[in-house]
Design a protein around this ligand. Structure first.
Ligand SMILES: Cc1cc2nc3c(=O)[nH]c(=O)nc-3n(C[C@H](O)[C@H](O)[C@H](O)COP(=O)(O)OP(=O)(O)OC[C@H]3O[C@@H](n4cnc5c(N)ncnc54)[C@H](O)[C@@H]3O)c2cc1C
Length: 400
């Protein structure tokens, strides 16, 4: 394929840049420092995007989205990352939104879509359970019908940002007498419903991203079941197969490249910028070459997705492995580049407390680097582990 952007895409990039220059408030720029922007920044930015008609960059125009091609979406993500714009709500925007557009009843759409556009309701994903992660179909959280409600009992784990979310999309078992995939349903649940308890899991970076979520006789209207009772597995396959080009998280890689370049230019060794050191420059060049390769593969997968090619699926698995391993390598290099100072985990600015006065080399870059590096260890686990992705490649590509 031809990797040169056509004139239309170049013009689109200019349009996005102009939009960001005009509409991204200075106090929001830079709030993408961590894995996800704080709730207030994320919601504020979503409102701004929505006012401009860009509230749903991944949705088709028929559903009120921008109707952008996968390549345009990449450009949008790249430019937002470069400008330091806040993240969007991945769960509401990218995962649930397309599912609702495809499977939801008119009432469900009317209830939820406007809030996703406007950024007034945040979502979390309740799939994994202790013992049911990669083998999701074995999940045990049960929903038993009682009149026009389900009564839900069970436990979810690793529920990202459940403590900030307003609603959760939840996989439950509604039938134990059939094949395990056929007995699963997909429910939309208000997090304020009595009987839901969220307990934090503090991760290796010292931050609160994850939770255990418990359901104790939680009553959920039957009307909140998406796609019909027992259709949860089909809905989930649709949700998980939705976006393959995004699995490498190119915006995160581009941010890491920017940070590495800043560290190379800012830190000094023997009076010279670090980037003049051959060992640093060589390692940076190698990582940037790898990033270039991943970036070209992302573009390729975006084109395959546009053409609805089945190859996009297996390429998405390859990208997940390559992209997340590269994230880990780049973030480790960043911390190593700080030398002895890298052994200290400076809190990210958003997590800093008053009195945090440790000397930080490359101030403005150093804080949060170590905790981000630790958190990136998880990138080869969430969204499907690398081993599971290799299994998909072996099966789909090599028919093993
Ligand atoms: C940071 C983070 C955020 C997350 N956010 C969410 C969230 O918001 N919502 C949610 O529902 N879940 C979330 N998860 C859970 C995530 O989806 C699971 O951790 C993941 O699917 C793996 O499942 P598991 O942890 O049960 O490990 P297991 O599936 O038990 O795997 C254990 C080990 O066995 C290997 N393995 C398993 N099956 C196979 C196989 N078939 N072939 C080869 N090797 C295999 C795995 O690769 C792994 O090394 C998150 C996880 C993390 C780390």
């Amino acid at each position: 394929m031809d990797f040169q952007p056509d004139a239309g895409l170049t013009a689109f990039r200019e349009e996005v840049r102009a939009f960001l220059r005009a509409h991204l408030p200075a106090d929001l720029a830079g709030s993408q420092h961590g894995v996800r922007s704080p709730r207030a920044a994320l919601m504020h930015w979503q409102g701004i995007l929505n006012e401009h008609g860009w509230g749903a960059p991944c949705w088709e125009t028929a559903h009120g989205g921008t109707g952008w091609t996968p390549q345009q979406r990449l450009v949008f993500d790249e430019e937002c990352a470069a400008a330091g714009a806040p993240t969007q709500d991945v769960f509401g925007q990218r995962l649930l939104g397309p599912v609702l557009n495809h499977f939801a009843s008119p009432e469900q759409k009317a209830e939820h879509l406007p809030h996703i556009f406007a950024g007034t309701r945040l979502w979390c994903q309740g799939f994994s359970e202790p013992g049911s992660g990669s083998d999701l179909a074995s999940l045990r959280t049960q929903a038993v019908r009682d009149g026009d409600h389900y009564v839900v009992n069970g436990q979810k784990i690793w529920t990202s940002y459940a403590h900030e979310a307003d609603w959760i999309f939840l996989l439950v078992r509604t039938d134990t007498s059939v094949k395990k995939q056929a007995g699963i349903s997909f429910l939309l649940v208000d997090m304020q419903t009595p009987g839901i308890t969220v307990r934090p899991i503090i991760t290796i970076d010292g931050c609160h991203h994850l939770n255990e979520t418990f359901f104790d006789n939680v009553r959920v209207p039957v009307a909140n079941c998406v796609g019909g009772e027992g259709a949860g597995w089909s809905v989930t396959k649709f949700l998980l197969n939705n976006e393959h080009a995004g699995t490498a998280d190119l915006p995160a890689l581009l941010r890491l490249k920017k940070q590495l370049r800043s560290v190379g230019a800012t830190l000094r060794v023997d009076g010279q910028p670090l980037v003049r050191q051959p060992a640093f420059a060589l390692r940076l060049a190698r990582l940037e070459a790898e990033l270039q390769a991943v970036s070209m593969m992302v573009q390729r997968v975006a084109v395959l997705e546009q053409d609805h090619s089945p190859t996009a699926h297996v390429m998405g698995s390859m990208l997940k492995i390559r992209g997340t391993e590269l994230q880990q390598k780049m973030s480790e290099f960043l911390v190593e580049s700080l030398g002895d100072y890298g052994a200290i985990a400076y809190p990210a600015e958003s997590h800093a407390e008053e009195g945090d006065t440790l000397p930080v080399p490359a101030a403005g870059i150093g804080p949060g680097l170590a905790s981000a590096m630790f958190f990136r260890r998880a990138s080869t686990i969430y969204g499907g582990t690398s081993e599971v992705q290799r299994g998909i490649i072996a099966k789909l590509l090599f028919q093993l």
